[in-house]
Design a protein. Structure first.
Length: 265
């Protein structure tokens, strides 16, 4: 082959950026409110909790799908469901007045709960801030004001329908609901508080449910996080139509190389 023929052959077979970027996606992290952040790795957060808090012990039950974290006082426990997904309860936290008494308060945390919100919850548990609950119906106007003050400060809307109250963001994509009729001491684990985020309050992406005697300080800490906290969410951007057309356009046909006198013989 002549030099011209070699050059033409290389032009036709050489890889180009057009062949590799036609369907390219670009992952990126964006800053979002804590309630809209990614869930993160709950398994890793559980392992980190044990590593950083020596006063909590790890137990495996007869069911390999669950792990129990128990405080050395034996009055606070967290059951972790390794198989829970999406809105299913991943964590069930239960507190007792004494190691042999009945349930004092309980909270369930969905598997899709954002990492910043879960981190705040675990920080309160690690700091010992979950033992200040009062026995009996603790839903008082003072408690309600304490829990919801961060939401009011952030400009969240408040509506009341009978014994049900709702505080939610102006767009309606996150909020806290309160059912003041769900008193404690009834022998039933009734949900009084629900922290949530998602399309609507009736169809949340994630939710945290808590009974009436859940400590006000713990709930206020979570309210502060969802009202003012910041997290990250992974997004994937795709090239626009114009860019896609540019990347997928075929190379113009190469003119045939000149035929040398040697190739004619």
């Amino acid at each position: 082959m002549t030099d011209a023929e070699h050059q033409a052959a290389q032009t036709q077979t050489a890889p180009t950026s057009c062949d590799t970027t036609s369907n390219a996606t670009v992952p990126a992290l964006e800053g979002v409110p804590a309630y809209a952040a990614d869930p993160g790795d709950h398994e890793a957060m559980l392992d980190g909790f044990f590593t950083e808090n020596g006063d909590w012990e790890k137990y495996r039950t007869w069911d390999d799908n669950t792990t129990i974290a128990s405080h050395e006082s034996l009055t606070l426990r967290a059951l972790f469901d390794h198989d829970a997904q999406s809105r299913d309860p991943k964590w069930t936290i239960a507190a007792y007045e004494t190691p042999v008494s009945g349930l004092l308060w309980q909270m369930t945390v969905a598997a899709a709960t954002p990492a910043p919100v879960l981190s705040s919850l675990l920080a309160v548990l690690a700091a010992g801030g979950a033992w200040d609950a009062a026995i009996g119906n603790s839903i008082t106007p003072r408690m309600i004001a304490q829990v919801t003050r961060p939401l009011t400060d952030a400009g969240w809307r408040h509506t009341t329908h009978g014994q049900h109250s709702l505080w939610q963001t102006p767009p309606g994509d996150a909020g806290i609901t309160l059912d003041s009729s769900a008193v404690s001491g009834t022998g039933m684990e009734l949900t009084a508080w629900t922290l949530w985020a998602g399309p609507t309050v009736g169809r949340p992406t994630w939710a945290i449910d808590a009974t009436a005697d859940t400590p006000a300080g713990l709930l206020a800490h979570l309210a502060e996080e969802i009202a003012h906290g910041i997290g990250t969410r992974r997004t994937v951007s795709r090239p626009g139509p114009a860019a896609s057309r540019q990347h997928t356009a075929a190379l113009p046909p190469t003119a045939p190389p000149p035929r040398s006198s040697a190739s004619l013989r």
